[in-house]
Design a protein around this ligand. Structure first.
Ligand code: MG
Length: 334
């Protein structure tokens, strides 16, 4: 199999702010994997928080290209040969392999995985901002989405007011994501107030590895979902001690195979499962959309945050990100 990779800059429709950063664009890397007359595609969304970039992903892919062999069905063997770093780049290879296998078998990837096409509705993410600004954004999306996710962690004493302001303008189910920016004291103060406002769950209130995780799980009136604390299968057991659910992202897990193992491990430990994303094109979101029916909660809006999605194909139907019916991922670079 022959691998080709290139860099793509994605422009966001508006600045996207979370606790640790603000973003106007995202650099991703797309790959093409050729096997005979067929081509499989995938996208890497490198995570800066973990020292990755488009440059480091491209360097990894150059090295990985020599290790792929010629059998796209040898998914486990290929993963075993790939060096265990740059998970976003590995996820792009994994996506391209699944795309190829689906095309070879003439079935969409969700069928290849034994899953249903439609998962739960995706949330729409509202970036961190003033309470009024967040409420206005919530109002604007009222008809289009069935769940909202609010970014919190402003460290300005206004996080509960942000949720209250949004709650005033919508009855939609709300989730919040703190991206590691609360202390234990803040979490214990804010979470009961958010529970009274009907918030469903809270993503990553404490910094990853915080020693009070188990105490917060015991005392929190809201389910805690772990994102920055949970990357791969080996992290899931420890997450059962400090949370009620895990957030799977392909850019952290290195692809669909590890993601589905994580979901199974989470179930065995009594944990809920959410699938999330980075700022990605439709090509990056597609593999996650194909596995969404294995999850309880879905946050796959990365391509919808873009000014223009260079890889259309996913359909937003009644708030659900539906993967195409075509063989493979059904989404390709334009
Ligand atoms: Mg998160």
């Amino acid at each position: 199999m022959e691998l080709r990779a290139w860099r793509v800059t994605l422009e966001l429709a508006e600045t996207f702010r979370i606790s640790r950063e603000a973003q106007d664009r995202a650099e991703v890397v797309q790959v093409e994997l050729r096997h005979g007359h067929l081509a499989g595609y995938g996208e890497a969304a490198p995570v800066e928080r973990y020292g990755q970039s488009a440059g480091s992903a491209l360097a990894y892919l150059k090295e990985a290209a020599t290790l792929l062999g010629d059998d796209p069905w040898a998914l486990e063997e290929i993963h075993a040969r790939l060096p265990d770093r740059e998970p976003a780049a590995r996820a792009a290879i994994d996506a391209a392999l699944h795309d190829l296998c689906g095309k070879l078998a003439s079935v969409p990837v969700y069928r290849l995985l034994g899953l249903r096409r439609a998962g739960p509705p995706t949330s729409w993410t509202i970036g961190l901002g003033d309470p009024d600004e967040m409420a206005r954004k919530a109002e604007r999306q009222a008809g289009r989405f069935r769940r909202l996710k609010l970014k919190l962690g402003g460290r300005d004493g206004l996080d509960v007011e942000r949720v209250r302001a949004v709650r005033r303008v919508t009855a939609l189910p709300l989730r919040v994501d703190v991206n590691e920016y609360w202390s234990l004291e803040e979490a214990l103060d804010f979470l009961p107030q958010l529970a009274r406002l009907g918030v469903e769950y809270c993503e990553q209130p404490l910094p990853a590895g915080h020693p009070a995780g188990a105490e917060l799980k015991r005392r929190s009136p809201l389910p805690i979902y772990l994102d920055e604390d949970c990357h791969v299968l080996a992290d899931v057991a420890a997450c059962a001690k400090i949370g009620h659910g895990i957030v799977i992202k392909l850019a952290k897990s290195g692809g669909l195979r590890e993601a589905l193992r994580m979901a199974a491990a989470a179930r065995a430990l009594g944990l809920g499962v959410m699938v999330g994303c980075m700022v990605e094109s439709g090509l990056g979101i597609a593999p996650a959309a194909h596995m969404a029916s294995a999850c309880d909660y879905v946050d796959l809006d990365g391509n919808l945050l873009l000014a223009r999605d260079p890889c259309p194909g996913l359909e937003l139907v009644d708030g659900v990100q539906l993967p195409p019916l075509a063989p493979g991922l059904g989404v390709a670079p334009a």
